[in-house]
Design a protein around this ligand. Structure first.
Ligand SMILES: Nc1nc2c(ncn2[C@@H]2O[C@H](COP(=O)(O)OP(=O)(O)O)[C@@H](O)[C@H]2O)c(=O)[nH]1
Ligand SMILES: [Mg+2]
Ligand SMILES: [Zn+2]
Length: 331
């Protein structure tokens, strides 16, 4: 029988099948040995007594922070005012989610507070419609624009992303009056500075499902290499073929060197600034990992040339099993 994991607590996996029957399972030993990384959102196969997860099925997508699989849609929520619209932050979320292949729709909330709404909408559309995002201009508080949004998320598993204060909780309550959720709050444990336990849970709402997560706060591009970043910017990457050097990182502000710089009149200024800001983070990441590998090299030299990497028999077995499993999954 197939089911989806909706909650994980220590060794217990809470799953639901397609008939909405719930089971609490443990991982089968074979999966444990393979160090299978079963996450909330994963589809799994259950053992005949339904006490165990016997197989992890192929994922559609996976976000690493917070850890959740098979999300249909991310609702990126911003506010037009209070707090002021922050397009760099919006670009940060969009770029992050694009890396993980998550479809995004953008909700611009608190439209009731914007006295120049027409102008704002025009500006936003000129940037984000070209990028193929579905846009919603709403007021969660005054329940404006919610019908279209509600239709759009129908039957989907969504995550809500956005800075604190933009109106995520208000929006969720308006979309789904019967469920009250924390949505994107930093857990109390984090505030105390204790070790974070990041509980993710998929919750059934009236006509959609939401992965309630402890939030997407402090997103940094500290896991992407500098050269990978440009491909996450659809509005800029179209020009990269014209750069003078194939390893151009598109931060050279000199004519006839970087084709993206030469075409800045066709690129939104905030998008370009966002790219440069994220690129700096990617460069820091690259430097960090190269330092780490130098350390490893030095260690090797110190211990002499006869360092032999020893892998236990068990580990070798498990590695082999993982590869076999992967091949099976691909089949
Ligand atoms: N004027 C106005 N205020 C809103 C709207 N949506 C939310 N708020 C207010 O913004 C504040 C933060 O909302 P909340 O839902 O807690 O934001 P969250 O931190 O993203 O969950 C609250 O005082 C809400 O009443 C809106 O559409 N218009
Ligand atoms: Mg909230
Ligand atoms: Zn370039």
């Amino acid at each position: 029988m197939q089911a989806q994991v909706y909650k994980i607590h220590s060794d217990f996996y809470y799953v639901k099948n397609f008939e909405h029957e719930e089971f609490v399972c443990k991982l089968k030993d074979t999966l444990k040995k393979q160090k299978a990384d079963v996450r909330v959102g994963d589809y799994v196969e259950l053992s005949s007594d339904k006490g165990f997860i016997s197989k992890l099925l192929k994922r559609k997508n996976f976000i690493s922070r917070p850890k959740v699989a098979n999300v249909d849609l991310a609702l990126v929520v911003c506010s037009l005012k209070e707090p002021e619209l922050d397009l760099v932050q919006l670009n940060r979320y969009l770029t992050y989610l694009k890396y993980f292949n998550i479809e995004c729709a953008i909700c611009f909330n608190k439209e009731d507070l914007d006295n120049e709404l027409e102008l704002t909408i025009k500006k936003i559309k000129s940037i984000y419609q070209k990028l193929d995002y579905t846009l919603f201009f709403i007021s969660a508080k005054n329940k404006i624009g919610l019908k279209e949004l509600s239709d759009y998320i129908k039957n989907k598993t969504i995550v809500m992303v956005g800075m604190s204060g933009v109106g995520k909780s208000t929006l969720l309550n308006a979309l789904n009056p019967s469920v009250s959720l924390r949505v994107g709050e930093v857990s109390k444990k984090t505030l105390r500075g204790a070790h974070t336990t990041r509980h993710v849970e998929i919750i059934e709402c009236e006509n959609f499902r939401i992965a309630d997560t402890p939030g997407f706060s402090n997103l940094k591009f500290d896991f992407i290499l500098p050269a990978e970043l440009i491909d996450l910017f659809d509005d800029m990457k179209q020009f990269k073929g014209g750069c003078k050097f194939s390893n151009c990182l598109h931060d050279v502000k000199e004519e006839n060197i970087c084709s993206i710089y030469d075409n800045l009149d066709k690129i939104d200024d905030v998008r370009y600034r966002s790219y440069l800001a994220f690129l700096a983070e990617c460069k820091d990441y690259k430097e960090k990992i190269s330092k780490r590998s130098i350390k490893k090299e030095e260690l090797k030299k110190k211990t002499g040339s006869n360092t032999v990497v020893k892998i236990s028999k068990q580990k070798r077995e498990s590695a082999r099993n993982t590869i076999k499993q992967k091949i099976k999954d691909i089949d």
